[in-house]
Design a protein around this ligand. Structure first.
Ligand SMILES: [Zn+2]
Ligand SMILES: [Zn+2]
Length: 459
């Protein structure tokens, strides 16, 4: 029943009681509204902001953050981990030149008197649309992931401690991680020299091979429990659209349950409220094709994956030497087909939107590097197809209805052209007990006479 589906928020409109749209917190009025009340005439704030206004709002939000950090307590924590070497706090720049802040986190510097620098990473909490317990879980899981990686040959920043906002013993007042600052600049493919690019591909192959040497028994995110690192529930996903779920020891269950969570959230008006019927059909199609994601695979072995692996998670020096891999938030242990399959690093997003879910030339280049190093099994995952990438990119965050329809048509066409299409999605939707609610959401939000299922393809 819909009432049992976890919520990130409840609609701020008095008396409404419906679930708030996830990621839909309004930066102007600071309200979380449901699928119906987030649109005019109920909600009149301008939701698509120009760059200048957006930067101003981020500035306001981020300027508030250091004020919430109890700097003295933070410096005491840092100093205690370096035998009392004194240190100072220096706020990080949030935009523009020298910026070290990602979208989801605030970063500040801890400068020690002997010249060493650490980074403090604090999640930006936005406008209350992500529950605090999930934010704390993301922080704890990122810490555990980095702790695990310290014992591998994957170059990552050392972590020294972390604190959670919910912990009464945390004197710092916010959730945070204290970590080493690594040298290097983010790798941006189109800005890299040929030499840097060659070097990065070669080292990325080494890193994937190293990850393949550390299997986990389940799929999920890492968490520290009584001083050991273990697999626990998934820490949301890259778009912070999902709540905690899993872990699973079965690959198919993992993909199917992920799609099912999306389907529940769509029917509850929490996700994709602008195109609920399209989105519901998309995730039905992915669920019904989930077996394609786990071909011939032995269950029982799962591998860590960096989820936000666009390329700028790699820090490099002038020669292309990878000095470290950062931003492990949302990292998860996944089946080998996903862990070593095509990623964002070598993706062509334009292709993904236009019906090409295949292997890109950069996927093949990485596969070639893997093969050169004797990892033919990993290369085979990299070259198989891009369906898992399409599954995880899904309808992304913030797509318009037309863009979403492009992605849906793309995946459908991709499956059909490979003779992998399993049959009528719309028929499956109509058999689903949630479909009536999805159609009602569509009609409540649409003023056009457009057929709610006009774009849903059936063979
Ligand atoms: Zn508003
Ligand atoms: Zn409402």
């Amino acid at each position: 029943m819909p009432s049992k589906i976890p919520r990130f928020s409840t609609c701020s409109k008095p008396g409404c009681g419906k679930a708030g749209v996830r990621g839909g917190g309004c930066s102007t009025c600071k309200k979380n509204l449901c699928a119906q009340h987030t649109a005019p005439p109920f909600h009149k704030c301008i939701t698509s902001l120009d760059d200048a206004t957006w930067q101003k709002l981020i500035h306001e939000e981020v300027s508030d953050l250091p004020a919430k950090i109890r700097i003295d307590a933070l410096l005491k924590e840092a100093s205690a981990r370096r035998d009392g070497v004194k240190c100072n706090f220096e706020p990080g720049k949030y935009l523009g030149a020298g910026a070290i802040m990602g979208c989801a986190n605030y970063h500040g510097w801890i400068r020690f008197n002997d010249g060493k620098s650490w980074i403090v990473r604090v999640p930006r909490v936005g406008y209350g649309e992500v529950p605090n317990d999930l934010i704390d879980y993301l922080v704890a899981s990122e810490y555990a992931t980095l702790k695990f990686l310290e014992d591998t040959k994957v170059p990552t920043p050392k972590v020294f401690t972390y604190g959670l906002a919910s912990d009464p013993d945390n004197q710092v007042g916010v959730s945070y991680i204290l970590m080493e600052a690594l040298p290097g600049t983010p790798y941006i493919s189109y800005k890299a020299t040929r030499q840097q690019k060659e070097r990065v591909f070669e080292q990325l192959a080494d890193i994937l091979i190293e990850i393949s040497r550390h299997p986990f028994p389940q799929t999920g995110s890492l968490i520290e429990h009584e001083e050991t690192i273990e697999v626990s529930a998934f820490a949301s996903n890259r778009f912070v659209a999902l709540h905690k779920y899993g872990p699973f020891s079965d690959s198919l269950a993992y993909f199917v349950q992920t799609a099912e969570q999306y389907l529940d959230l769509i029917a509850d008006g929490q996700l994709y409220h602008e195109y609920p019927t399209d989105a519901f059909c998309f995730y039905t199609m992915l669920r019904d094709h989930a077996h394609l994601l786990v071909p011939n695979e032995q269950d029982g072995e799962f591998f860590l994956r960096h989820v936000d692996d666009k390329g700028d998670h790699l820090l490099i020096d002038e020669t292309g030497n990878v000095t470290g891999i950062i931003d492990w938030q949302f990292a998860r242990c996944v089946p080998a087909s996903e862990a070593f399959g095509p990623s964002y690093f070598s993706a062509d997003l334009g292709g993904l939107y236009s019906g090409d879910i295949g292997v890109t030339s950069e996927d093949s280049k990485l596969a070639q590097e893997l093969r050169k190093k004797g990892a033919g099994d990993l290369a085979a995952h990299m070259e198989r197809d891009g369906f898992a990438r399409a599954f995880w990119h899904g309808l992304a965050s913030g797509l318009t209805r037309d863009e979403a329809r492009g992605v849906i048509a793309g995946v459908t066409t991709g499956l059909k052209s490979r003779n992998l299409w399993q049959g009528a999605t719309l028929e499956q939707c109509e058999k689903d007990s949630r479909w009536g609610r999805v159609k009602a959401l569509y009609h409540a939000n649409s003023e056009s006479a457009d057929d709610s299922t006009a774009n849903i393809q059936t063979p």
